[in-house]
Design a protein around this ligand. Structure first.
Ligand code: FE
Length: 187
């Protein structure tokens, strides 16, 4: 069980649902949407674009590390992918965990490989980049792209960047819950 286990009871999806309920209304610092809105928009964009269930799940939970480790905490931003992955690791397969773990690196990858990418980031996301590490060199980018699940992480990242629209209609968490329940490998 994760270190959050003593806060919650039930299955991992109950825990995730509790996180959405308890912390989901927090504003995503510097963005015009809440953490819940952001997560649901990201999951919905993945679903609409035909992503496999594992990637839809990763999109829904990609910032769980942010939500758990209060995002205001200075310096936490470069590590929230790893924190989220650690939280999810006992409960999901790599096809869910790895895109979450790699999504911050995917931003540094896209800055290096997509000429217009940085300019399309939200101002807050551009500002966070400074704390998330330098843009990748060509060699680092090639190494990153060859990692298992890197392409899924890059797709997640592109939906993540678009999932910041105030008022975008999305299904509720309950709509996605059966998909998450199916993917959980342990309670
Ligand atoms: Fe995000």
């Amino acid at each position: 069980m994760s270190d959050m286990g003593h806060y919650f009871t039930g299955t991992i999806i109950d825990v995730v649902a509790s996180i959405f309920l308890r912390r989901g209304s927090d504003l995503y610092l510097g963005e015009p949407v809440t953490q819940s809105e952001h997560a649901l928009q990201c999951g919905m964009l993945a679903e609409r674009n035909g992503a496999p269930d594992s990637l839809i799940a990763a999109c829904l939970m990609h910032d769980v590390g942010h939500i758990l480790h209060h995002q205001e905490h200075a310096g936490a931003d470069d590590t929230h992918g790893e924190a989220g992955a650690s939280f999810l690791r006992p409960h999901f397969t790599d096809s869910v965990i790895e895109p979450v773990r790699l999504h911050v690196q995917a931003k540094r990858y896209l800055c290096a490989t997509d000429a217009g990418y940085r300019a399309r980031l939200s101002p807050a996301s551009r500002a966070r980049l400074a704390r998330q590490g330098p843009v990748m060199t060509a060699e680092e980018a090639a190494r990153f792209a060859a990692l298992p699940h890197a392409q899924a992480a890059i797709a997640l990242r592109r939906w993540d960047d678009r999932a910041k629209r105030p008022g975008m209609a999305t299904p509720p968490f309950a709509y996605f819950r059966p998909l998450l329940d199916r993917l959980a490998v342990t309670g």
